[in-house]
Design a protein. Sequence first.
Length: 453
Amino acid sequence: MGSDTVRAEPADDDEAAQRRREQHGWYFYDWACSVYSTSVLTVFLGPYLTAVAKSAADTDGFVHPLGIPVRAGAFFAYAVSASVIISILVMPLAGAAADRTGRKKPLLAVSAYLGAAATAGMFFLDGDRYLLGGFLLVVANASLAVSMVLYNSYLPQIATPEERDAVSSRGWAFGYASGALVLVANLVLYSGHDSFGVSESAAVRICLASAGVWWGAFTLVPLRRLRDRRTAPAGGETAAVPGWRQLASTVRDMRRRPLTLSFLLAYLVYNDGIQTVISQASVYGSEELGLDQSTLIVAVLLVQVLAVAGALAMGRLARAYGAKNTILGSLIAWTVTIGAGYFLPSGAPVWFFALAAGIGLVLGGTQALSRSLFSHLVPAGKEAEYYSAYEMSDRGMSWLGPLVFGLAYQLTGSYRDAIVSLVAFFVIGFVLLARVPVRRAVRDAGNPVPTRI
């Protein structure tokens, strides 16, 4: 019996070592693609595309994509919402194909490099080419969404139930560290563009394009370390149907697990608010508060640095108080922070930095713990399929928030009214999440219940 035990231990050690190797590779996709979320969506593209749209606007301040009158200041928000329509058609198909074939890596590679290429193409966004900017944004956002479905679906396969909060938090921390590092380089280039012999517009376009190059280069690491697995879908289901019909099929399957669906609904609501804050904060800072681009870069850099610490700290809090309670606490902080944002004085960077600090402290942890908590609620063999629904409100893929933000500005002409409208997402999300009995939801999904959740 002793010899049997000796033989088993190296196998367990080898399995743990392989799992750690995959986890380290997995972290690097956050490192690769988070630069797009940070430099492109959060800092540069919103104000720059808004300026390009305004240069193409008529005397009343409207542009007319497809003949539809759109206030130039709202074009970016509408473009983000439009990208979700494409994503809804593509994500479920990619998720179902990944679950059915077990070949996630080729799909991850295609989506990642399509998004990276579209982002690199933003170098050519100048003059009044606002339609080109909108198109590249839609392609990059949709590609990111598909790649994140596949990336997130690896989490239940590479981490044990007890590891997932920590692994997910480290992934987000890697992403925010990457975003901070590249933002420092962006700040140097943008602030000193004259000394580098480039115009301000060219500096912005280089920063946009460099995010695509970074995304593509570091995607090589997870593609080398992650491995594909064949997993039998829950219930023996193997059929897949195209596009939105697959999403409808996934939702019907979730109806047999109503507590998973309840958590997803809560997440889609509050994370829609989070993603809208991320994508529209720079527009609010530049257009409403009159802050220059350098101030915005420093503010977002502050968010990135604090988000690393916040993600790791909230991961530790989750071990003590559970992921659900920690997320609920963060939503209270979000509500207070965004409500305070309405009262920020114009032309006062210090208060904008205070707002950025408040966001940074809760941003990474809220997202990381939501991802790991959802992983416990997904039945085995349906990871990518379920994450295709989850991804509809992740990394710039929110749709209702930007639409509400854009409509509020369209109707009132005030970015303050637009930003304060987002408080509702955090309040409603809190109420919905508080009602979900997560331990029972984990059991209903057929998964082992962690000691603390």
